[in-house]
Design a protein around this ligand. Structure first.
Ligand code: FE2
Length: 352
């Protein structure tokens, strides 16, 4: 059995849609993404920074518009880089995926860009082509007539994307990624906050370039089920942008209105006992609510925004020879999310 049955090579792009696309346009630029390409017929804009590409679909009557009507601000598709798109689609379908019957990306000669359905009926496009310029031209993109170049905030890669799924379906979704694409399990954990908990199962792509953790939860008021209610189904909970210097990236985001989750006072008392080898400015780490995790070999620094795109949030992560997802931070992070939920009245008893 092939260990990489569809020839996966990494994430190419994430496509967003929203009832108010201007908000996302501002958000992407605030995060340091330049608006570079445009699809005139389908009204899709492409933003890029490092190796991360985001699409914003403004088309009406499109697959994405249907997604927006159902889910609100959401991720309607993503593109995965493969060696050969059509062969990848055939391989994925032969292994149990469903080929696209709708979608917004087509080649200029009218053929649909190969794709299969993924989480929550979003699409996974299987995109080939080594030359990025040619690749986008082939799909009808042109230089953006109102291109906006903004300074990079230091984000280089999409490190991972996490899915929230309904209780009881985590096994089915992990089988989907494993059986169709050859993902492998890297971690499994149960996490408890003060009031709620979740179970998480992390998978690594066969190309080794990205991970997909999957979360499910029991309690009705858990953050996972709150997400499922708001998003109206399973989907991407957060995207993690990799930076080589998290403190510089955060400084570059100052004053742009991007709110981060705060940490409880106890957190930094024990954080450096767990991870004593951190070389970055500890005062800055604390002041900015950056989280720390690691082991003898290395460590990571990470921070989480509040919900930014519907219930979807962004993580910023810096790694130093450490590949975990910050498990050492999960309970502190969980408490922080519960404080945020409590502020929003999620745990209030209904009044009769
Ligand atoms: Fe994460």
């Amino acid at each position: 059995m092939s260990i990489n049955p569809v020839g996966l090579q990494g994430i190419d792009f994430i496509e967003f849609v929203a009832p108010e696309p201007e908000r996302l346009d501002r958000l992407f630029r605030a995060f340091g993404f330049s608006r570079t390409l445009h699809h005139p017929a389908r009204r899709i804009d492409l933003y890029e920074q490092g190796e991360i590409r985001l699409l914003l679909n403004r088309g009406s009557g499109s697959f994405a518009a249907g997604f927006s009507a159902l889910h609100g601000p959401s991720i309607s598709s993503m593109g995965w880089k493969v060696h050969d798109g059509l062969k990848a689609q055939e391989a994925a379908v032969s292994r149990g995926a469903r080929a696209r019957t709708e979608g917004d990306l087509f080649f200029r000669d009218g053929r649909p860009v190969p794709a299969v359905y993924g989480i929550g009926e979003s699409l996974i496009y299987l995109v080939d082509g080594a030359n990025p310029q040619e690749k986008w031209e082939r799909m009808g993109f042109v230089p953006h007539p109102e291109a906006v170049r903004v300074a990079s905030k230091g984000f280089t890669l999409l490190d991972h994307l996490t899915n929230n799924v309904e209780k009881g379906t985590m096994g089915r979704w992990s089988s989907f990624y494993k059986d169709v694409f050859g993902f492998t399990e890297v971690r499994y954990f149960d996490i408890r906050g003060a009031k709620t908990g979740l179970t998480s199962y992390a998978l690594r792509s066969p190309c080794g370039t990205f991970c997909i953790p999957i979360n499910e939860a029991d309690e009705k008021k858990s953050q996972i089920n709150e997400y499922l209610d708001e998003y109206k189904g399973p989907g991407v909970q957060h995207l993690a942008f990799l930076t080589t210097d998290i403190l510089s990236s955060l400084k570059a985001l100052d004053g742009l209105g991007i709110e981060m989750l705060d940490m409880d006072d106890d957190y930094y008392r024990e954080a450096y006992q767990r991870v004593p080898q951190v070389t970055e400015d500890r005062e800055e780490i604390r002041r900015r609510n950056v989280l720390i995790d690691g082991d003898e070999e290395g460590y990571l620094l990470q921070i989480f925004t509040r919900n930014l795109i519907g219930p979807i949030f962004i993580e910023i992560i810096q790694r130093k020879n450490h590949l975990s997802f910050g498990e050492g931070n999960f309970s502190a992070l969980f408490r922080s999310i519960e404080r945020d939920q409590a502020k929003r009245g999620v745990f209030d008893e209904p009044r009769g």
